[in-house]
Design a protein around this ligand. Structure first.
Ligand code: TEU
Ligand code: CA
Length: 554
C-alpha cells in the first residue's frame, strides 16, 4: 500500500457560517476561523476542509457560486483567506477548499450571458432544452423537490437545475466550459491550496438523450448520476490540474455503491484520493424522506465490511464520516443523545478513527453536539427541508405535527446551528443573535467545559488522533471483521506490519456479552483506549457496557 499524507491525516470540516463570528454580525467568518487555529492544533487535526467561501447569493449557503475567484462578503476577504492558509501551513495543517463544479449560481456572469439569447457565446455553458407537450423536457426531479427544469420566458426554453433553480447545471459537454473550470482549479492550486472536496462531482455527465427516469426514488438519477462520460471528464480534469500537485481530492458522490466508488478511487485511475459515500447514512431513509425506516446494526456492519474489503483488495481509499453540514448529528441518530451521550459519541468516534480510510470530523462532533428541535415549520432555514415540507404539505397526507417531527429529525439545520464555545450568551459564537437559532443545550455541551473535564468527548478525540499518529496500523492495517453475526457489537481487527488492532464497539444501551476467536493472541493485547474510566481485563470472552468502545493493540 502506497503511503500518502492524506491517508494518515485526520480532516476537520468547518462550516464557516456557524463556526465563529469575529465581528459580531451574527454570521461566522474567516477571521473567526483564524481565531480558532490553536483550538484545531490542540485537537491535533492535520487538515481543514472549508465549506464554500466564494462569492454567492447564498440561496444554498454558498453552494451557489457567483464568482469562483472571490470571497463572500460576510466571510471576509481574499487576504483573510490567504492569511488563514498561511497560518494553517505554519502549524503543519493543510487547507482543503470546497469546489462546486456541477452547477453555478444563476447570478454567475456565465449564466447571465447564457440567458440572454440562444446564440450567446455562453449559451452552451448550461443545459438548455425545448419543452415537451407543453411541459418540461423530461421528468427529472430536483434534489430539493419539484421538477429539475425551469422555464425561461425570454428565450422560451428550459434550463436544468438538479438543485435549486438558482443553481443551474453546468454543461460539461462543452470543452470551453471545461477549460474555464481547469483554469479556476489551477488558480487555487497556485495560491497554495492543498486540495479540494468536489461537490456532487459524479453528476457532471448527463445522458445526452435526456430520457425520462423511473419514478422510483429521485426521478432521472440513473441518467445523471455516474453518467456516460463522468470518468473521462474527471480524468481530463485531474491530468490538467491537481494531479500535477501533491494534493488531496475528495469526490462527493451520491448514488455510488462500493463498485462504482472503486472506479473513482482505484489508485492507478488517478481520479480522486477518496470519495464521500452515502449508503451508511441512508438506512433510516429507505422509504423516503417522510418516513423513518427501522434498521439493524447488522446492515451497517455488512455495508462497512463490503466497502472495506472491496477498497483494500483493489488499492482504493475512502473517507470515513458520520457528520457533515448535510447530516443530522450522529449521537442523535446512531447513538443516544440522552443518558449515554458521551459514551455513544466516543464509541462512534472510535469507529470513525479505526476503520481503514481518512476520518473526517465535523465541527461540534468532537464535543458530542446533538440535534436541535424547532417548534414551527417556518423556523427551518435549510432549503432542502423547506422543499420537502412544501412537497409533503401539497400531498396532504400528513398532519402538521407529523411533518414537524420528521423535519426535525432530518433537517440539515441540525448540523448548522452555531458552534458551542462556552456557556455565555450565544455560546461564545457571537455577541449578537446568530443567523440560525442556537441549540439550547450549549450551557451543558461546549468546548470550554470539554477542555477542562478529563472524561470529555474532546479529550477522547484528542487521544484517538494521537494514537493514529503513533501507530501506522491505524492508517494502513488490513480490515478484518469478527463476530460477524452479532446484533449489538461491531468487532474488527486491523492487521498491520508491526502490530494489530482489535476494536470492540457496543452499539446498544444494554450490557452485552462477547466471545472472540481463540486464535487471537489476546494474552499480549494491551488496551490503549476505552470510553469507560474503570479499567477492564483483557479477555477473549467478557461483556461490554452500554455503548462501550475498546481498542486493543497486540
Ligand atoms: O450535497 C449533495 C447531496 O447529495 C445532498 O443534497 C444530500 O443528498 C442531502 O443534503 C442529504 O440530506 C451537496 C452539498 O453538500 C449540499 O450542501 C448542497 O446543498 C448540494 O450539494 C448542492 O450543491
Ligand atoms: Ca461575522
Amino acid at each position: 500500500m502506497n503511503k500518502k499524507w492524506w491517508k494518515e491525516a485526520v480532516v476537520y470540516q468547518i462550516y464557516p457560517r456557524s463556526f465563529k463570528d469575529s465581528n459580531n454580525d451574527g454570521i461566522g467568518d474567516l477571521r473567526g476561523v483564524i481565531e480558532k487555529i490553536d483550538y484545531l492544533d490542540k485537537l491535533g487535526v492535520d487538515a481543514v476542509w472549508l465549506n464554500p467561501v466564494y462569492k454567492s447569493p447564498n440561496d444554498d449557503n454558498g453552494y451557489d457560486i457567483s464568482d469562483y475567484r472571490d470571497i463572500m462578503d460576510e466571510f471576509g476577504t481574499m487576504e483573510d483567506l490567504e492569511e488563514l492558509m498561511e497560518l494553517l501551513h505554519q502549524k503543519d495543517m493543510k487547507l482543503i477548499m470546497d469546489l462546486v463544479l456541477n452547477h453555478s449560481s444563476d447570478e454567475h456572469q456565465w449564466f447571465k450571458e447564457s440567458k440572454k439569447s440562444k446564440d450567446n457565446p455562453y449559451r452552451d455553458y448550461y443545459i438548455w432544452k425545448d419543452g415537451k407537450n407543453g411541459g418540461p423536457p423530461n421528468n427529472w426531479k430536483s434534489f430539493f423537490g419539484g421538477s429539475a427544469w425551469k422555464y425561461d420566458e425570454q428565450t422560451e426554453q428550459y434550463y436544468l437545475h438538479l438543485f435549486s433553480p438558482k443553481q443551474p447545471d453546468l454543461n460539461w459537454e462543452n470543452p470551453e466550459l471545461r477549460q474555464e473550470i481547469y483554469d479556476i482549479i489551477n488558480w487555487w492550486l497556485k495560491k497554495g491550496i492543498d486540495g479540494f472536496r468536489l461537490d456532487v462531482i459524479n453528476l457532471i455527465s448527463k445522458d445526452q438523450d435526456f430520457p425520462d427516469g423511473s419514478e422510483d426514488g429521485l426521478a432521472g438519477h440513473e441518467y445523471f448520476a455516474n453518467g456516460p462520460r463522468v470518468h473521462e471528464f474527471i480524468q481530463e480534469m485531474a491530468e490538467n490540474t491537481y494531479n500535477n500537485y501533491d494534493s488531496m481530492t475528495v469526490g462527493e458522490t451520491p448514488f455510488v455503491d462500493k463498485d462504482e466508488a472503486l472506479k473513482f478511487v482505484k489508485e492507478d485511475r488517478r481520479e480522486f484520493s477518496m470519495v464521500i459515500p452515502f449508503e451508511h447514512l441512508e438506512f433510516d431513509r429507505k422509504e423516503g424522506w417522510s418516513k423513518i425506516t427501522n434498521w439493524e446494526l447488522k446492515e451497517l456492519k455488512d455495508l462497512m465490511s463490503q466497502w472495506q474489503y472491496k477498497l483494500q483488495q483493489n488499492n482504493g481509499w475512502t473517507s470515513l464520516y458520520f457528520c457533515n453540514h448535510d447530516q443530522p448529528r450522529i449521537v442523535s441518530r446512531y447513538g443516544d443523545d440522552g443518558k449515554y451521550r458521551k459514551e455513544s459519541a466516543k464509541m462512534l468516534g472510535t469507529m470513525l478513527h479505526t476503520l481503514r480510510g481518512t476520518p473526517f470530523i465535523y465541527q461540534g462532533e468532537e464535543i458530542g453536539m446533538t440535534n436541535i428541535s424547532f417548534d414551527s415549520l417556518t423556523a427551518f432555514d435549510d432549503i432542502e427541508t423547506r422543499g420537502y415540507i412544501k412537497a409533503v404539505q401539497e400531498k396532504g397526507e400528513m398532519s402538521e405535527e407529523e411533518i414537524l417531527e420528521i423535519a426535525n429529525y432530518r433537517t440539515r439545520d441540525n448540523a448548522r446551528t452555531p458552534m458551542h464555545w462556552n456557556e455565555s450568551k450565544y455560546a461564545g459564537f457571537s455577541e449578537v443573535e446568530p443567523w440560525l437559532r442556537m441549540n439550547n443545550n450549549y450551557p451543558e455541551i461546549n468546548v470550554e467545559k470539554d477542555l477542562t473535564a478529563n472524561d470529555s468527548v474532546f479529550k477522547y478525540y484528542q487521544k484517538l488522533i494521537s494514537l493514529r499518529k503513533k501507530y501506522p496500523v491505524f492508517a494502513y492495517g488490513k480490515y478484518n471483521i469478527l463476530m460477524e453475526e452479532d446484533k449489538n457489537i461491531y468487532a474488527y481487527q486491523r492487521l498491520g506490519e508491526e502490530n494489530n488492532l482489535l476494536v470492540l464497539l457496543n452499539f446498544s444501551k444494554e450490557k452485552v456479552n462477547y466471545k472472540l476467536d481463540s486464535e487471537i493472541k489476546f494474552e499480549q493485547a494491551k488496551l490503549i483506549l476505552n470510553n469507560y474510566q474503570e479499567g477492564i481485563k483483557s479477555e477473549l470472552q467478557g461483556s461490554l457496557r452500554p455503548y462501550e468502545a475498546r481498542v486493543y493493540i497486540y
